[in-house]
Design a protein around this ligand. Sequence first.
Ligand code: F6P
Length: 327
Amino acid sequence: MKNKVTKIGVLSSGGDSPGMNAAIRAVVRTALYNGIEVCAIMKGYTGMVEDDIVPMDSRSVANIIQRGGTILKTSRCLEFFEPEGRKKAYENLKKHGINGLVIIGGDGSFRGAQIFSNEYDIPCIGLPGTIDKDIAGTDFTIGFDTAVNTAVEAIDKIRDTAEAHDRLFIIEVMGRDAGYIALHSGISTGAENILIPERKTVIEDIITQLAEKERRQKLVNIIVVAEGDEFGGAEEVAKVVRERLPLMEIRVCILGHIQRGGSPSCMDRVLASRMGYHAVECLVEGRHNVFVGIVNNKMNYTPLNEAVKKKQRISDEWMKIVKILAS
Ligand code: F6P
């Protein structure tokens, strides 16, 4: 028989993403509804290790659903990945009487939760909070929709200038290991090429396509590059294109951290609210050490031990769509 969870700690970890606050709000209010106390663990796993843990009530999460970032702050805590750090964290949780955890973050944060839950008797529930959407076991992650819409808005604006000056724009979006932001923002802005880490970039093919377009007097082109593309990002691509097609007017634009901030979209707020609610339900029902995802609009629970092994895949059909629509 699993012990009843009476007091939970909630934390956000890794890169912030829009909608994390909506998830925190949902966790706090659902826990209180179930008669469970809640504590904020500040700055991700750092707060666990350094005992930066404070009680929360319903008012602590008032007026935050519309705010980007995370009121709990976040960090990437290396100490937690050492046994000593996790021992300190456990002792601090015990001291506060915390017997359940909700961790909002990406794959690195889930890895921390997986190791911790295998070592100690405190159940952990993960909520996928990352703009990258690179976690297998969920169709969407909290923050992806907002981030990709920020990128789309920016690329649409850049296209106006590309059109006015007959230029090629090479636009770099975020995604260290994952091409989802590039893929979605590129398709929805009609990009001619989309370069992502999941596919090999054959620069010769891109040069050939651009040369053919130049010949046809198609001078407005948008290439969207994920920062983690193996060819090396937008500047690298631009360097080669400039050398090979010297008559083409080229500009590079790196969108950077504007993609991480801002008020979450309706979709991210709803997603975060549903996931936050279900995270607490998992703790109440004894469904421990899983992360809450959404698949075909239904909640999906993946054991943390499995979650850390799988990567989200991009099917070839996506790449076919990109190619056909950009011709
Ligand atoms: O994981 C989210 C993400 O925004 C990646 O897309 C990006 O590579 C990374 O975080 C940037 O991290 P930092 O803000 O620490 O530079």
